[in-house]
Design a protein around this ligand. Structure first.
Ligand SMILES: Nc1ncnc2c1ncn2[C@@H]1O[C@H](COP(=O)(O)OP(=O)(O)OP(=O)(O)O)[C@@H](O)[C@H]1O
Ligand SMILES: [Mg+2]
Length: 366
């Protein structure tokens, strides 16, 4: 087999008779070896590298490989065996990759005890996905535990003292129970929607409706959370900016996600304003709060699944799906969503919903 020292500069050998079965025009094994994006390293029985393809040099970040012991390279990167089957060993190793560390998977195959073939693949993206998933599961478990723990304390107290409890105390306790149930409902609904967005099966059913109606539905859900923080909700629905073409339940879901955020991230006794304004062919809805704002460098990531700002991560619970879902709904309805924020002086999330065509025509007098 030919030996390649550097990508693209190694010698090539023509081997008559080594043509592929498809005959003239087929890719030869040597060419495939060079073109592969996975690294291939061939070692002698004593683990010395006899040849390697360009991808191996690139993935391992080495200029010289020939004659070196393959095991030494893996030792440096602290490879761990993840699987061992007859004739194969699978290892994972960390390796420097641009600015960060990456993960390589090395499959070593014993070739009739005459040597080893190692194939090397960059699995950084998969490892990152796995890590995100683990973080996410932990976060979901944590999010479930808080309201469940609070429900179970309230239920214990009710079981002991419900008959003799003063009315206001009883109401307070029922309020706590209701808020915990709402948190669970919010979380489960977001998880289900995130799943269908990911699967590409997410749908909206648009019809002629009003923002006022969607807000009414959202308030049934968010009012107890806003009241618990003694915040004030101020709706400012302009007369000419109310009737839209949208999915009523989904629009309520966008509003409730934005109001929950405004309430959760802003301090007690602040004001949350919901404003509508007529824009060109659509209605723009804005949910504003008096919270901490969102750092400029984080704004681009806000709509990415699982993203949570470092500023508020510790202060309030959440799994980082609300805004992703809001964007999916708004875009599916033909609108757009954007954030405006001043550090320390609050956040405004604006989203648009198209007016129904007949409504637009009505407005323009056609
Ligand atoms: N009104 C706001 N003020 C400050 N930060 C906000 C606001 N809205 C969103 N954020 C930031 O954006 C992040 C993403 O928001 P998103 O609603 O997607 O997720 P979440 O609130 O963390 O969790 P959940 O899935 O329960 O909604 C939040 O974690 C928070 O850091
Ligand atoms: Mg949220």
């Amino acid at each position: 087999m030919s030996t390649y020292h550097r990508p693209g500069v190694g010698p090539r050998t023509e081997r008559p008779g080594a043509k592929g079965a498809a005959g003239i025009g087929a890719i030869e094994l040597d060419e495939a070896f060079i073109a592969l994006t996975d690294g291939v390293v061939v070692c002698s029985a004593d683990d010395r590298i006899a040849s390697a393809n360009p991808a191996a040099f690139r993935l391992l970040g080495e200029d010289e490989l020939l004659g070196r012991r393959f095991g030494d390279l893996l030792l440096v990167s602290g490879a761990a065996i993840v699987q061992r089957t007859e004739g194969h060993v699978v290892r994972r190793a960390w390796f420097p990759r641009e600015e960060r560390m990456g993960v390589l998977e090395v499959v070593s195959t014993d070739v009739a005890e005459r040597g080893w073939i190692h194939t090397i693949r960059d699995v950084t993206a998969q490892a990152e996905m796995l890590r995100l998933k683990e973080d996410f599961l932990l976060q979901v478990a944590h999010e479930l535990r808080t309201p469940i723990a609070s429900m179970s304390v309230s239920l214990d107290l009710l079981q002991q003292d419900a008959a003799t409890m003063p009315r206001d105390e009883l109401e307070h306790m029922l309020g706590t129970l209701r808020r915990s149930a709402l948190r669970l409902e919010h979380l489960v609904e977001n998880l289900l929607d995130a799943g269908s967005i990911e699967a590409g099966t997410f749908q909206v059913r648009t019809t002629a409706t009003t923002i006022r109606q969607a807000l009414r539905e959202a308030l049934e859900f968010v009012q107890p959370l806003v009241d618990a923080k003694e915040q004030r909700l101020v709706p400012r629905i302009a007369a000419g900016a109310d009737r839209v073409f949208a999915d009523p339940r989904r629009t309520a879901q966008v509003l409730s996600n934005l109001i929950v955020n405004a309430s959760k991230y802003a301090p007690e006794s602040t004001t949350i304003t919901i404003t509508t304004a007529a824009a060109d062919g659509s209605v723009e809805v804005t949910v504003s709060d008096e919270g901490p704002g969102i750092p400029e460098d984080e704004r681009a990531q806000l709509f990415h699944p699982f993203f949570r700002s470092r500023e508020v991560r510790e202060a309030a619970g959440g799994v980082g799906l609300g805004l992703t879902i809001c964007r999916a709904i708004v875009q599916a309805q033909g609108g757009d969503i954007r954030v405006e924020s001043t550090r320390g002086a609050g956040t405004s999330i604006h989203f648009t919903i198209p007016k129904a065509r007949e409504l637009t025509e009505e407005a323009s007098g056609t």
